[in-house]
Design a protein around this ligand. Structure first.
Ligand SMILES: NC(=O)CC[C@H](N)C(=O)O
Length: 438
């Protein structure tokens, strides 16, 4: 640990003497950020899997025990965004990247977007049940960091375990599938729970826990009015709409949108946690909307699954799902900026997928397939249907991850805008605004 007598602090003191306060301030920040996180290195923890294996390591974050579902993510970066994504609710994220925490955690209220959601990350809290990392970085460094991963987890009541073999855990999760687990700290942490003690989050309607209870509008002056059904929306979905000039009114997941649809130019269905079949009520609302309304509808992840259920497709639980920022998807149809035959690299976080059936329901076609496992990555309404509905299983808005498909937001907002002004079908889809690439 750096002490006040360390050479770096001596430099900082000299800088103050030399009347260079701003230099001294930034140097002091660098010094502060390199002080190891105060944490008891001997606090043990154990991750128990319902399949029978236990992994012991060191605890960090909140000194509590929790049940949840262990899932693995291959993302190399953006642990802060993943952990605040409401779709990770009730899950233990096992990061396959060994070193996690090295750039700390920023101040979540330090957003610079006046018209966007009031958070820098993906929601206002840590949503996952806990984190499992190979090697927790006790020192961190980033110009926006204000605390360590350990401190952040502790503050939000989220336990973590480090010093475990995340390769071995991931191999088990790949072979056996996402597995019910207990992350245990404190007395008796090493005692495996009995099979009946494990809590299964799949039985709960997690969407109801994370969806907004109040209706609110972001960027009310926006020239195009988009309604969003909130299944647990990531903030970057809201940002990606408001940055393109849209006003976004956010409704609870089970709101009867058909009562108010005439006030809007488009409908967006967000991501969200858990089994989409808990949200059949929303699928029925969306089915009515699609049957009776010709304005654009766009859904991401859970939103895409809801569109699929509304279209008459079934959804199933995958073995280990897809979570990471390196998932390749093959486009099967042209639409807006998307070209059939191209592979796009995408950000994903899902456990469920729509069934691939042949033929697809009338009026619908597959839009994307996963190039690794051939699961359905997108569906769309056919040209002949006269509808404008798109659903994608991946996250075009990323945060984190690649921005290969971010233009889908531009296409959607432009389509809503075009229809709102012209009052009819567009001759050519408006897309590729050069300024709208983020
Ligand atoms: N990110 C999401 O919206 C995930 C959707 C759904 N909860 C799933 O796991 O498949």
């Amino acid at each position: 640990m750096l002490s006040l007598r360390s050479p770096l602090s001596a430099v900082a003191r000299n800088a103050v003497k030399a009347s260079r306060p701003s230099f001294a301030r930034s140097l002091a920040t660098v010094v502060a950020n390199h002080i190891p996180t105060p944490q008891d290195p001997n606090r043990p923890a154990t991750l128990h899997l319902k399949s029978g294996e236990s992994f012991s390591g060191k605890a960090f974050g909140a000194p509590i025990s929790r049940f949840g579902e262990a899932v693995f993510s291959t993302s190399i970066t953006s642990y802060t965004e993943s952990m605040t994504d409401p779709s990770y609710r009730s899950q233990f994220i096992v990061f396959t990247t060994p070193l996690i925490g090295n750039y700390g955690v920023p101040d979540n209220s330090a957003t610079t977007e006046p018209n966007g959601p009031p958070v820098l990350l993906e929601s206002n809290g840590v949503q996952c049940a806990g984190v499992v990392v190979g090697d927790l970085a006790e020192r961190y460094s980033h110009y926006q960091a204000v605390e360590s991963l350990h401190e952040w987890c502790d503050r939000h009541g989220v336990p973590g375990i480090t010093g475990v073999d995340t390769r071995a855990i991931t191999t088990l999760l790949r072979n056996n599938g996402s597995t019910l687990s207990k992350l245990a700290t404190g007395d008796g942490h090493e005692v495996s729970p009995s099979a009946t003690e494990y809590w299964d989050p799949a039985v709960e309607n997690l969407v109801d826990q994370v969806s907004t209870k109040e209706i609110y509008t972001l960027n009310p002056e926006g020239d195009v009015k988009i309604a969003l059904l909130d299944f647990g929306a990531k903030a970057n979905i809201l940002r990606s709409l408001t940055r393109r000039g849209a006003s976004v009114t956010v409704f609870p997941w089970n709101y009867d949108f058909n009562k108010v649809r005439d006030q809007f130019d488009g409908l967006f269905l967000s991501n969200g946690p858990g089994d989409p079949k808990h949200c059949m009520e929303a699928a029925l609302v969306v089915r009515k909307t699609i049957n009776e309304w010709d304005k654009p509808v766009f859904g991401i992840c859970m939103g895409h699954q809801i569109i699929g259920l509304a279209a008459g497709l079934d959804a199933y639980r995958m073995r280990f799902g897809n979570r990471g920022h390196n998932q390749p998807v093959l486009a099967l149809a042209n639409s807006g900026s998307i070209k059939a035959g191209r592979v796009y690299v995408t950000s994903q976080n899902h456990q469920y997928a729509l069934e691939l059936v042949d033929p697809f329901p009338k009026g619908w076609e597959p839009f994307f397939l996963n190039a690794n496992d051939a699961s359905v990555e997108g569906i769309k309404s056919t040209e002949a249907s006269g509808k404008r509905v798109w659903g994608v299983q991946f996250h075009p808005e990323s945060a984190g991850g690649p921005l290969d498909t971010i233009h889908m937001f531009t296409s959607f907002v432009d389509e809503c805008r075009f229809l709102s002004k012209a009052g009819g079908a567009p001759a050519v889809l408006q897309m590729n605004h050069p300024e709208a690439h983020l």
